[in-house]
Ligand binder design. Sequence first.
Ligand code: G3P
Length: 217
Amino acid sequence: MKFFVDTANVDDIRDLEATGLLDGVTTNPSLIHKSGRDFMEVTREIASIVDGPVSAETVALDHETMLQEGLKLAKIADNIAVKVPLTVDGLKTCKALRSDGIMVNVTLCFSSSQALLAAKAGASFISPFVGRHDDVSFDGMDLIADIRTIYDNYDFETEILVASVRHPVHITQAALIGADVMTAPPAVIHKLFKHPLTDNGLAAFLKDWEATGQTIL
Ligand code: G3P
Protein backbone atom coordinates (compact mmCIF):
# COMPACT_ATOMS: atom_id res chain seq x y z
CA MET A 1 0.00 0.00 0.00
CA LYS A 2 1.35 3.43 -0.91
CA PHE A 3 1.69 6.02 1.88
CA PHE A 4 0.83 9.62 1.03
CA VAL A 5 1.01 12.42 3.58
CA ASP A 6 -1.96 14.77 3.81
CA THR A 7 -0.44 18.20 4.43
CA ALA A 8 1.00 21.33 2.78
CA ASN A 9 3.60 21.75 5.54
CA VAL A 10 6.89 21.32 3.70
CA ASP A 11 8.89 20.71 6.89
CA ASP A 12 6.65 17.75 7.79
CA ILE A 13 6.90 16.48 4.20
CA ARG A 14 10.72 16.71 4.19
CA ASP A 15 10.79 14.92 7.56
CA LEU A 16 8.79 11.98 6.23
CA GLU A 17 10.54 11.96 2.84
CA ALA A 18 13.80 11.33 4.73
CA THR A 19 12.38 8.03 6.08
CA GLY A 20 12.17 6.66 2.52
CA LEU A 21 8.61 5.53 3.25
CA LEU A 22 6.73 8.38 1.56
CA ASP A 23 5.07 7.73 -1.82
CA GLY A 24 3.24 11.01 -2.40
CA VAL A 25 1.42 14.02 -0.97
CA THR A 26 -2.17 15.21 -0.96
CA THR A 27 -3.28 18.77 -0.33
CA ASN A 28 -6.65 20.49 -0.43
CA PRO A 29 -7.80 24.13 -0.11
CA SER A 30 -8.09 23.85 3.70
CA LEU A 31 -4.52 22.51 3.99
CA ILE A 32 -3.23 25.27 1.68
CA HIS A 33 -4.99 27.87 3.85
CA LYS A 34 -3.43 26.27 6.96
CA SER A 35 0.04 26.51 5.37
CA GLY A 36 -0.33 30.29 5.01
CA ARG A 37 1.60 30.13 1.72
CA ASP A 38 0.98 30.91 -1.93
CA PHE A 39 -0.79 27.90 -3.49
CA MET A 40 1.28 27.66 -6.67
CA GLU A 41 4.58 28.29 -4.84
CA VAL A 42 4.05 25.74 -2.06
CA THR A 43 2.73 23.16 -4.53
CA ARG A 44 5.85 23.66 -6.70
CA GLU A 45 8.07 23.18 -3.63
CA ILE A 46 6.19 20.05 -2.51
CA ALA A 47 6.44 18.55 -6.02
CA SER A 48 10.22 19.08 -5.86
CA ILE A 49 10.52 17.28 -2.51
CA VAL A 50 8.81 13.99 -3.49
CA ASP A 51 8.96 12.00 -6.73
CA GLY A 52 5.48 10.52 -6.27
CA PRO A 53 2.09 12.09 -7.03
CA VAL A 54 1.27 15.46 -5.45
CA SER A 55 -2.44 16.26 -5.41
CA ALA A 56 -3.36 19.91 -6.02
CA GLU A 57 -7.06 20.80 -5.94
CA THR A 58 -9.09 22.93 -8.33
CA VAL A 59 -11.57 25.37 -6.77
CA ALA A 60 -13.93 26.23 -9.64
CA LEU A 61 -17.34 24.57 -9.78
CA ASP A 62 -17.98 24.72 -13.54
CA HIS A 63 -16.26 22.38 -15.99
CA GLU A 64 -14.77 25.03 -18.29
CA THR A 65 -13.05 26.94 -15.47
CA MET A 66 -12.11 23.76 -13.58
CA LEU A 67 -10.43 22.43 -16.74
CA GLN A 68 -8.40 25.63 -17.15
CA GLU A 69 -7.37 25.45 -13.49
CA GLY A 70 -6.42 21.79 -13.86
CA LEU A 71 -4.31 22.42 -16.96
CA LYS A 72 -2.51 25.24 -15.13
CA LEU A 73 -1.89 23.08 -12.04
CA ALA A 74 -0.62 20.18 -14.16
CA LYS A 75 2.05 22.49 -15.62
CA ILE A 76 3.61 23.00 -12.17
CA ALA A 77 5.40 19.64 -12.33
CA ASP A 78 5.19 16.23 -13.98
CA ASN A 79 4.11 14.58 -10.70
CA ILE A 80 1.06 16.78 -10.12
CA ALA A 81 -2.25 14.94 -9.74
CA VAL A 82 -5.09 17.39 -10.29
CA LYS A 83 -7.79 17.05 -7.64
CA VAL A 84 -11.40 17.55 -8.71
CA PRO A 85 -14.59 17.12 -6.66
CA LEU A 86 -17.00 14.25 -7.23
CA THR A 87 -19.57 16.28 -9.12
CA VAL A 88 -20.87 16.15 -12.71
CA ASP A 89 -18.51 18.97 -13.65
CA GLY A 90 -15.69 17.37 -11.71
CA LEU A 91 -16.04 14.09 -13.59
CA LYS A 92 -16.34 15.85 -16.95
CA THR A 93 -13.08 17.61 -16.09
CA CYS A 94 -11.55 14.33 -14.93
CA LYS A 95 -12.31 12.72 -18.29
CA ALA A 96 -10.88 15.70 -20.20
CA LEU A 97 -7.68 15.89 -18.15
CA ARG A 98 -7.15 12.13 -18.34
CA SER A 99 -7.48 12.29 -22.15
CA ASP A 100 -4.49 14.66 -21.98
CA GLY A 101 -2.57 12.12 -19.88
CA ILE A 102 -2.84 14.20 -16.70
CA MET A 103 -3.19 12.39 -13.35
CA VAL A 104 -6.53 13.07 -11.65
CA ASN A 105 -7.52 12.46 -8.03
CA VAL A 106 -11.32 12.61 -7.61
CA THR A 107 -12.02 13.78 -4.07
CA LEU A 108 -14.93 14.15 -1.63
CA CYS A 109 -16.22 10.66 -2.38
CA PHE A 110 -18.82 9.33 0.11
CA SER A 111 -20.53 6.46 -1.73
CA SER A 112 -19.59 3.45 -3.80
CA SER A 113 -21.85 4.68 -6.59
CA GLN A 114 -19.80 7.90 -6.71
CA ALA A 115 -16.62 5.80 -6.82
CA LEU A 116 -18.05 3.77 -9.72
CA LEU A 117 -18.68 6.97 -11.67
CA ALA A 118 -15.13 8.20 -10.96
CA ALA A 119 -13.66 4.95 -12.30
CA LYS A 120 -15.84 5.24 -15.43
CA ALA A 121 -14.44 8.79 -15.83
CA GLY A 122 -10.95 7.31 -15.83
CA ALA A 123 -9.79 8.75 -12.51
CA SER A 124 -6.22 7.91 -11.54
CA PHE A 125 -7.24 7.98 -7.86
CA ILE A 126 -10.54 8.02 -5.94
CA SER A 127 -10.50 9.60 -2.47
CA PRO A 128 -13.25 8.24 -0.19
CA PHE A 129 -13.28 10.19 3.11
CA VAL A 130 -13.45 7.52 5.83
CA GLY A 131 -13.12 9.81 8.87
CA ARG A 132 -15.96 12.08 7.83
CA HIS A 133 -18.08 8.97 7.21
CA ASP A 134 -17.31 7.76 10.76
CA ASP A 135 -18.22 11.22 12.04
CA VAL A 136 -21.85 10.67 10.95
CA SER A 137 -22.03 7.10 12.31
CA PHE A 138 -21.36 5.23 9.09
CA ASP A 139 -18.39 2.85 8.97
CA GLY A 140 -16.02 4.46 6.47
CA MET A 141 -14.13 1.20 6.01
CA ASP A 142 -17.29 -0.53 4.74
CA LEU A 143 -17.23 2.03 1.93
CA ILE A 144 -13.63 1.13 1.12
CA ALA A 145 -14.49 -2.59 1.04
CA ASP A 146 -17.45 -1.97 -1.30
CA ILE A 147 -15.33 0.12 -3.66
CA ARG A 148 -12.61 -2.55 -3.66
CA THR A 149 -15.19 -5.19 -4.65
CA ILE A 150 -16.66 -3.05 -7.43
CA TYR A 151 -13.27 -2.07 -8.85
CA ASP A 152 -12.07 -5.68 -8.80
CA ASN A 153 -15.30 -6.88 -10.47
CA TYR A 154 -14.55 -4.74 -13.52
CA ASP A 155 -10.73 -4.50 -13.40
CA PHE A 156 -10.88 -0.73 -13.02
CA GLU A 157 -7.39 0.77 -12.87
CA THR A 158 -8.46 3.65 -10.62
CA GLU A 159 -6.48 3.46 -7.39
CA ILE A 160 -8.40 3.59 -4.09
CA LEU A 161 -6.79 6.42 -2.06
CA VAL A 162 -8.20 6.23 1.47
CA ALA A 163 -8.52 9.79 2.77
CA SER A 164 -9.77 11.56 5.90
CA VAL A 165 -7.69 9.10 7.91
CA ARG A 166 -7.86 9.90 11.61
CA HIS A 167 -5.83 7.10 13.32
CA PRO A 168 -3.53 4.11 12.64
CA VAL A 169 -6.41 1.59 12.67
CA HIS A 170 -7.84 3.26 9.58
CA ILE A 171 -4.53 2.53 7.86
CA THR A 172 -4.26 -1.12 8.87
CA GLN A 173 -7.93 -1.71 8.01
CA ALA A 174 -7.37 -0.10 4.61
CA ALA A 175 -4.39 -2.41 4.04
CA LEU A 176 -6.42 -5.48 5.08
CA ILE A 177 -9.12 -4.53 2.56
CA GLY A 178 -6.54 -3.99 -0.16
CA ALA A 179 -6.73 -0.25 -0.73
CA ASP A 180 -3.99 0.99 -3.08
CA VAL A 181 -3.06 4.15 -1.19
CA MET A 182 -3.73 5.85 2.11
CA THR A 183 -3.16 9.53 2.87
CA ALA A 184 -2.89 10.69 6.45
CA PRO A 185 -1.74 13.70 8.45
CA PRO A 186 1.94 13.56 9.53
CA ALA A 187 0.98 12.96 13.18
CA VAL A 188 -1.07 9.86 12.28
CA ILE A 189 1.78 8.42 10.20
CA HIS A 190 4.21 8.96 13.07
CA LYS A 191 1.84 7.06 15.39
CA LEU A 192 2.29 3.97 13.19
CA PHE A 193 5.89 3.61 14.39
CA LYS A 194 5.00 3.69 18.08
CA HIS A 195 4.34 0.78 20.42
CA PRO A 196 5.04 0.85 24.19
CA LEU A 197 6.42 -2.71 24.13
CA THR A 198 8.96 -1.68 21.50
CA ASP A 199 10.06 1.22 23.66
CA ASN A 200 10.24 -0.97 26.76
CA GLY A 201 12.08 -3.76 24.96
CA LEU A 202 14.63 -1.37 23.47
CA ALA A 203 15.30 0.20 26.87
CA ALA A 204 15.83 -3.23 28.41
CA PHE A 205 18.20 -4.31 25.60
CA LEU A 206 20.27 -1.15 25.96
CA LYS A 207 20.39 -1.44 29.74
CA ASP A 208 21.75 -4.99 29.48
CA TRP A 209 24.11 -4.00 26.67
CA GLU A 210 25.51 -1.18 28.80
CA ALA A 211 26.16 -3.73 31.54
CA THR A 212 28.48 -5.65 29.19
CA GLY A 213 30.78 -2.63 29.07
CA GLN A 214 31.33 -3.31 25.36
CA THR A 215 31.01 -1.08 22.28
CA ILE A 216 30.42 -1.99 18.65
CA LEU A 217 32.39 0.88 17.09
O1 G3P B 1 -7.48 14.68 1.80
C1 G3P B 1 -8.72 14.84 2.46
C2 G3P B 1 -8.47 15.07 3.92
O2 G3P B 1 -7.59 16.18 4.08
C3 G3P B 1 -9.73 15.34 4.70
O3 G3P B 1 -9.46 14.99 6.02
O4 G3P B 1 -9.81 14.98 8.48
O5 G3P B 1 -10.52 16.97 7.08
O6 G3P B 1 -11.78 14.81 6.94
P1 G3P B 1 -10.43 15.46 7.19
